[in-house]
Design a protein. Sequence first.
Length: 369
Amino acid sequence: MWVESVRLRNFRNYFAEDVSFSPHINLIVGSNGEGKSNLLESLFLLATTKSYRQAHEKDMVFIDRDNFYVSGEAVLQGNIKHTLEISYSQKQNKKQAKVSGVPVVRLADFIGILNVVCFSPDDLNIIKGAPGLRRRFLDILLSQIDRVYLSVLQQYGRVLRQRNECLKAVQRGRMRPTEIWPWTEQLATLACQVTERRFKAVNELTTSYAAISKGINQGKENLSLKYMSSLVKNSHLYTPIEVTESLQRRQTEEVARGITTIGPHRDDLFFLINGLSAADYASQGQQRTAVLSLKLAELEYMYKVTGDYPILLLDDVFSELDQKRRQLLLATLSDRVQALITGTETLEWPWSGDREYCNIINIRQGKVI
């Protein structure tokens, strides 16, 4: 899959701009603050309906305007073409999506038509950052390629919030403890489904992740991933009945705290180097290898599941990688993947083939020049 072009109206610092892309490598060049990352963000928005920078929609509206509009001409597997559209109005506080002119009733049905893998400098925090960053990585990956997972994840979030409200209500004496049980049973069923899908995905990711990392570090270290969950013990995934019983045993503690203490919202993804925690022992170079390997493994995993490579968005990451890792990254892309890569100048690119193979897009103050 690839995107032929995007149309931006009142989006970030783009007032009215149409940008065309090559199906291969696109180098987006410009000084800091000119709008390079905003262009990548528009592609991520068309794939996931959200910003990879976790910005609110109102922050993506051009200054002194009420709304933004982003559309993309996407070429999907089988050479099927769709026009994908996302718009947002501050007055209505509403986001709308269309596929080839047809409004999408639920935004969840829009997610996954276009698939992307995004790598930005912030992703280097994924190893040592908060567990929420690692759960978000898994959720974005799986939501794009598994609509059932996305639906279950959304249901889990709603039931979790409701159960936590019930725990607080019992704490304040406004509800009987037995009234929590129906929410506990629903939560347990959904928690097992989310955990099982994540657990299987991490196991499959690990194979590619280990092989790719060995190619980068020449086999000097063994890198692996491990999904850590309160609902998994010795590779055994708890059943809904077991989770329900565990939650009931914890109910007194949870009422006192007002929160649900086990479930996929508390899980984590561990990065290991030679069996040791990368968060505790990895150097900066090893962390870069780990994250780069993760993104390339994500690319291969999505291809394995969907039969089509996602679009790769690389936001100012070449400055974070040494020459060897840069060359490996570009060599991996070959002619299989459409890539949009931002940088401050073309001289920093490790050209390893015909320079004409790359489409160079110069950006200045929200305009292609």
